[in-house]
Design a protein around this ligand. Structure first.
Ligand SMILES: [Zn+2]
Length: 143
């Protein structure tokens, strides 16, 4: 388990999610430093998600990777996020699948789920033994 720091900017970008009537999906951009994961920015991948599926397009991943390599984006991909329209902060089987794919690139990849009905979010990692683990709120700070 590691600490997570979410920048105001990223939180504002996430705030847009709760006003949308269909599932939103995005990538979390930031860095892992001194044992803490910083989430600086949310890149929206709207249009790739529908009501029940929220997989990433290869195009979005390629575009973001390209922007990072070319210095247009500072940091790296530290996770992904999506919204749940019908409520609940949990990882669906598809969410777990997506998380596992991204975790292949780095162990410091998190999954953020935004619950539109309660306007709250949860952050998850996936453990091979225990399954999805929600990061306790005392590990999460906002700056
Ligand atoms: Zn989901």
């Amino acid at each position: 388990m590691f600490k997570i720091n979410i920048r105001d900017k990223a939180l504002n970008q996430l705030g847009n999610y709760i006003n949308k009537t269909h599932e939103q999906i995005g990538l979390l951009i930031g860095k892992f430093e001194n044992g803490e994961l910083y989430i600086n920015e949310v890149i929206n991948g709207t249009g790739e998600a529908d009501k029940s599926h929220c997989m990433f397009s290869q195009d979005l991943l390629a575009e973001v990777a390209d922007n990072i390599i070319n210095g247009r984006l500072e940091g790296s991909i530290v996770g992904w996020c999506h919204s749940h329209i019908h409520g609940g902060i949990f990882m669906s089987p598809i969410d777990i699948e997506t998380q596992c794919k991204l975790q292949q690139f780095s162990q410091y990849i998190v999954s953020m789920v935004v619950d539109v009905s309660s306007r709250q979010f949860g952050i998850f990692i996936y453990d091979q033994q225990s399954g999805p683990i929600q990061i306790p709120s005392e590990y999460i700070s906002i700056s």
